[in-house]
Design a protein around this ligand. Sequence first.
Ligand code: UD1
Ligand code: UDP
Length: 378
Amino acid sequence: MKKRIMVVFGTRPEAIKMAPLVNALKESKHLEPVVVVTAQHREMLDQVLNAFNITPDYDLNVMRAEQTLSHITSQVLKEMESIIQKETPNMVLVHGDTTTTFSAALAAFYQKVSIGHVEAGLRTYNKFAPYPEELNRQLTTRLADLHFAPTLRAKDNLLKEQVDESTIFVTGNTVIDALNTTVDPNYNSKLLSQYKDKRVILLTAHRRENLGEPMIQIFKAMKHIADTHRDVVIVYPVHKNPKIRELAQRYLTHDRIELIEPLDVMDFHNFAAASEIILTDSGGIQEEAPSLNKPVLVLRDVTERPEGVESGVLKIVGTDFEKIVTETNRLLNNREIYDEMTQLKNPYGDGQASHRIVDIISHYYGFILEKPSDFMNS
Ligand code: UD1
Ligand code: UDP
């Protein structure tokens, strides 16, 4: 009989990174998925479910306008209890570091169900950056039984925290699996054709710890760049968070800054691939950048993704006006500096992470005798 693997996710990035795994589980001879979405995000989650053709078995629909962390935590914990009791899955899989992740893992632990943690071991060791993600992922590590680390560095972090080595597997990041199915060199979108004769800077910014003054600094820097480069257009698909939308509307009025709705993942990946520079505080986009062949300026003070900084594709610029303007100008004005940040191998994955995870779980249940080998790029 197939083992039943409950896959739980709720936000846009988790959905993008879990979708290839859900599809790999569907193809497995030994395992089958039960898909539970918390809908911590509503519209931005639905965009991904549509793009990857995933119909959840359960939808907790927890999102509220301007929800609090305790709302998400308590709702997910409560609802997951009854679903786990009803479905009695063999394992619950959670992803990364959102509040959905931590709360679903806690619910599984209370029911004594095995927990697999996808994208395990990322760390800044700064409790408030990113907030609350750093603690969400550390707490999930304590709850999990199997740890799917995307890179060797992530595995090392777990080893330093005394996690049993036999439970850690280096798999690569499933976001690269997703990217391999979305990016198409012949992709044609209205959005892309609109900016044919412009140099496009793609901006995304949404982190809780950047809300307020840091975000205002970012936006002022963007306006300055737009003012001083007539051939540049800055395109910002604005996150649905009303606090961010209000700030963006207030500080980013400019005829060469376009505030647009969040793009669906196909449009976003292909638009990113066609842009010139990406400025972002996103986690997932930092991992996608090397495959997209684009330099990324990271609008944060610390990153849990040092591999990209070491490989040269990411540069941490923080949220200081001067620093953002200087580094963006360097990329816009100097081809050599630009080229040094592109054409790099992706340290985050080879597109096989989901299949590795399915093989590891199949091995764990004795369906496959040989232990699957690790992702070796890192
Ligand atoms: C969440 C995650 C963060 C992740 C980010 C990805 C937590 C605590 N935070 O942060 O780790 O990087 O998602 O984007 O888990 N909203 C909508 N529609 C949507 C999505 C959001 O209206 O489709 C609005 C709602 O008003 C919601 C607010 O955005 O209350 C904030 O959403 P929330 O999930 O709490 O926080 P994020 O900043 O999105
Ligand atoms: N993304 C998207 N549409 C957008 C902006 C981002 O599909 O308009 C994708 C992006 O390619 C990446 C993921 O969403 O895979 C990142 O999500 P987000 O920045 O919200 O969260 P984080 O990665 O910071 O947790």
